[in-house]
Design a binder for this molecule. Sequence first.
Ligand code: SF4
Ligand code: SF4
Length: 101
Amino acid sequence: MIIKCPFLIKYKDFKYLYTSGTIFKCTVGNVLLKSGDLKERWACKGCQIPRIVKKITCSYLKPHKIFLIRGSSKTWLSCELLNMEMDSSGDFCQLNCKLYE
Ligand code: SF4
Ligand code: SF4
């Protein structure tokens, strides 16, 4: 797998007459992705989530991603302790928070 993300899982292998491949699942966005999608910026390639959750290990941090239509997505974070939503940069946690756990 070309993308290292704790939320990316293999969903199933498929094989038809002249083609075969693997379908993946983004468990954050609860969406199925083709292997080619992993290289797209709207899916995994441009996704901040793997980097953020590696850097900010706070147990209250929750990533979110929604794929409204194929070819676009929106990513954000939330804090389950403070019950607030944040942009996908992780800056709030790193710069302002003393509650980090
Ligand atoms: S879209 Fe982001 S969170 Fe989802 S599997 Fe890809 S890299 Fe991980
Ligand atoms: S705001 Fe603080 S407590 Fe909330 S997720 Fe970020 S670091 Fe954790």
